[in-house]
Design a protein. Structure first.
Length: 117
Protein backbone atom coordinates (compact mmCIF):
# COMPACT_ATOMS: atom_id res chain seq x y z
CA UNK A 1 0.00 0.00 0.00
CA UNK A 2 1.22 3.48 -0.88
CA UNK A 3 0.66 6.60 1.25
CA UNK A 4 0.95 10.17 -0.07
CA UNK A 5 0.33 13.65 1.26
CA UNK A 6 -1.28 15.84 -1.36
CA UNK A 7 -1.82 19.58 -1.01
CA UNK A 8 -5.25 20.45 -2.36
CA UNK A 9 -5.05 23.37 -4.80
CA UNK A 10 -8.78 23.68 -5.44
CA UNK A 11 -9.13 26.62 -3.03
CA UNK A 12 -6.70 28.90 -1.12
CA UNK A 13 -7.01 26.98 2.17
CA UNK A 14 -4.61 24.35 0.78
CA UNK A 15 -5.55 21.36 2.93
CA UNK A 16 -2.93 18.65 3.40
CA UNK A 17 -4.71 15.47 2.40
CA UNK A 18 -3.23 12.11 3.28
CA UNK A 19 -4.20 9.41 0.83
CA UNK A 20 -3.51 5.69 1.09
CA UNK A 21 -4.22 3.08 -1.53
CA UNK A 22 -2.83 1.28 -4.52
CA UNK A 23 -2.64 2.05 -8.23
CA UNK A 24 -6.30 1.08 -8.73
CA UNK A 25 -8.09 2.52 -5.72
CA UNK A 26 -7.98 4.90 -2.80
CA UNK A 27 -8.45 3.04 0.47
CA UNK A 28 -8.37 5.95 2.90
CA UNK A 29 -8.32 9.70 2.64
CA UNK A 30 -8.11 12.28 5.43
CA UNK A 31 -7.37 15.95 5.97
CA UNK A 32 -9.76 17.39 3.40
CA UNK A 33 -12.26 19.96 4.63
CA UNK A 34 -14.73 19.33 1.81
CA UNK A 35 -15.83 16.94 -0.96
CA UNK A 36 -13.98 18.89 -3.64
CA UNK A 37 -10.73 18.01 -1.90
CA UNK A 38 -11.69 14.36 -1.91
CA UNK A 39 -12.21 14.42 -5.67
CA UNK A 40 -8.98 16.36 -6.24
CA UNK A 41 -6.83 14.11 -4.03
CA UNK A 42 -8.33 10.95 -5.55
CA UNK A 43 -7.51 12.18 -9.07
CA UNK A 44 -4.01 13.24 -7.99
CA UNK A 45 -3.35 9.91 -6.32
CA UNK A 46 -4.64 7.64 -9.09
CA UNK A 47 -3.89 9.63 -12.23
CA UNK A 48 -2.33 13.07 -11.78
CA UNK A 49 -2.90 15.50 -14.62
CA UNK A 50 -1.47 18.91 -15.49
CA UNK A 51 -2.05 21.68 -17.98
CA UNK A 52 1.07 21.71 -20.16
CA UNK A 53 2.52 25.17 -20.79
CA UNK A 54 5.59 25.78 -22.90
CA UNK A 55 6.73 27.62 -26.00
CA UNK A 56 6.98 26.71 -29.67
CA UNK A 57 9.41 27.91 -32.33
CA UNK A 58 8.08 30.40 -34.85
CA UNK A 59 9.56 31.51 -38.15
CA UNK A 60 9.57 35.00 -39.60
CA UNK A 61 8.55 36.70 -36.37
CA UNK A 62 10.14 39.25 -34.05
CA UNK A 63 10.50 36.58 -31.34
CA UNK A 64 12.04 33.12 -31.76
CA UNK A 65 9.27 31.39 -29.77
CA UNK A 66 5.67 32.03 -28.66
CA UNK A 67 3.69 30.55 -25.74
CA UNK A 68 1.43 27.51 -26.08
CA UNK A 69 -0.52 25.31 -23.68
CA UNK A 70 -2.79 22.30 -23.65
CA UNK A 71 -6.49 23.22 -23.68
CA UNK A 72 -7.13 20.66 -20.92
CA UNK A 73 -5.09 18.78 -18.38
CA UNK A 74 -3.13 15.77 -19.60
CA UNK A 75 -1.67 12.85 -17.65
CA UNK A 76 1.48 13.94 -15.83
CA UNK A 77 3.45 10.98 -17.17
CA UNK A 78 2.86 12.21 -20.76
CA UNK A 79 4.09 15.78 -20.16
CA UNK A 80 7.73 15.03 -21.04
CA UNK A 81 6.86 13.15 -24.22
CA UNK A 82 4.46 15.93 -25.23
CA UNK A 83 7.19 18.53 -24.70
CA UNK A 84 9.48 16.54 -27.01
CA UNK A 85 6.84 16.62 -29.75
CA UNK A 86 6.26 20.36 -29.32
CA UNK A 87 10.02 20.99 -29.42
CA UNK A 88 10.12 19.56 -32.95
CA UNK A 89 7.39 21.85 -34.30
CA UNK A 90 8.04 25.13 -36.14
CA UNK A 91 5.14 27.35 -37.06
CA UNK A 92 4.88 30.21 -39.51
CA UNK A 93 4.06 33.81 -38.66
CA UNK A 94 0.44 33.53 -39.76
CA UNK A 95 -0.95 32.19 -36.49
CA UNK A 96 -3.74 33.33 -34.17
CA UNK A 97 -4.31 33.07 -30.43
CA UNK A 98 -6.34 29.96 -29.77
CA UNK A 99 -5.13 28.28 -32.96
CA UNK A 100 -4.57 24.54 -32.57
CA UNK A 101 -1.04 23.58 -33.53
CA UNK A 102 -1.23 19.93 -32.42
CA UNK A 103 -4.67 18.31 -32.13
CA UNK A 104 -5.21 15.47 -29.65
CA UNK A 105 -1.60 15.24 -28.54
CA UNK A 106 -0.64 11.63 -27.73
CA UNK A 107 -4.32 10.64 -27.92
CA UNK A 108 -5.04 12.54 -24.69
CA UNK A 109 -7.97 14.46 -26.16
CA UNK A 110 -6.08 17.70 -25.47
CA UNK A 111 -5.07 20.13 -28.19
CA UNK A 112 -1.97 22.29 -28.01
CA UNK A 113 -3.01 25.88 -28.69
CA UNK A 114 -1.30 29.23 -29.14
CA UNK A 115 -1.80 31.47 -26.09
CA UNK A 116 0.20 34.53 -27.03
CA UNK A 117 1.44 36.17 -30.17
S1 LIG B 1 -10.24 20.21 0.63
FE1 LIG B 1 -11.82 21.75 0.23
S2 LIG B 1 -11.35 23.34 1.76
FE2 LIG B 1 -9.51 22.07 1.60
S3 LIG B 1 -8.21 23.10 0.05
FE3 LIG B 1 -9.46 21.54 -1.01
S4 LIG B 1 -11.26 22.66 -1.74
FE4 LIG B 1 -10.30 23.91 -0.16
Amino acid sequence: MEKKTIICTVCPIGCNITVSGNENEVLSLEGNKCKRGEAYATQEFLSPERILTTTVKINNYRLPVIPVRSNKAIPKELIKESMEIIKEIEIEETVEIGQVIIPNILDTGADIIITGY
